[in-house]
Design a protein around this ligand. Structure first.
Ligand SMILES: [Fe+2]
Ligand SMILES: [Fe+2]
Length: 206
């Protein structure tokens, strides 16, 4: 059954998703600033990277609202006030929010969109839900590293760490306190596998 967009629940759900994504983008940007103040540049970049993705989710949902242009849309939703300074708690809260989007909110919105006959919109909710699941795993990964005090420690003595400032690779169970090449603090180091573009050239092109 095709519902008229302007009478649909999907229109309201899109506005709610837009509000949620816009807030996620801002929350992760603020979390990046918190990490920056603590000289944890790897975490800062991770939050900025994820914030950029949330920005584009917001854009996707906003574009789908074009048929409601000029209208005010009322939404009713809960939005969290996350922990402000404790990065482990902040990462846990972010992971929890992503889990909710992945397992409850967007599957529900996808189902309603399909029932109302908006197949394309339903697919967008489903695909973005999958991305939120990857965000959840990313945040949980860093929360676990923080909790176990392993952000800059590895059980593997041949772990490869990359300086995000100059690209220097250090091998060992811990990255250096200061980069021997460019001098920045340890907070610039991430495991090589966590750094962007590090797998270039490794993938079999055949
Ligand atoms: Fe998102
Ligand atoms: Fe997300």
């Amino acid at each position: 059954m095709q519902t008229n967009f302007n009478d649909s629940q999907t229109k309201i759900n899109l506005m709610r998703a837009f509000a949620g994504e816009s807030q996620s983008r801002m929350r992760y940007y603020l979390a990046a600033l918190t990490a920056q103040k603590q000289f944890l540049v790897g975490l800062e970049r991770m939050f900025r990277f994820t914030a950029d993705q949330e920005e584009h989710h917001a854009q996707v949902f906003y574009d789908l609202l074009r048929d409601a242009a000029g209208e005010d849309i009322t939404i009713n939703a809960d939005f969290p006030a996350d922990p402000f300074t404790d990065l482990t708690q902040l990462l846990d809260a972010a992971a929890k929010g992503e889990e909710k989007e992945f397992s409850e909110v967007y599957p529900d919105f996808a189902r309603i969109a399909a029932e109302e006959g908006f197949t394309e919109i339903g697919n967008k909710f489903r695909m973005i839900a999958e991305i939120e699941d990857s965000h959840k795993h990313r945040f949980q990964y860093y929360a676990d590293l923080m909790r176990s005090d392993m952000l800059f420690r590895s059980k593997d003595t041949t772990e490869r760490w990359m300086c995000l400032n100059c690209g220097h690779i250090h091998t060992g169970s811990e990255p250096p306190q200061n980069c021997p090449v460019c001098g920045v603090k340890q907070g610039f180091y991430v495991r090589e596998a966590e750094a962007p573009f590090t797998s270039c050239g490794i993938i079999d092109q055949k």
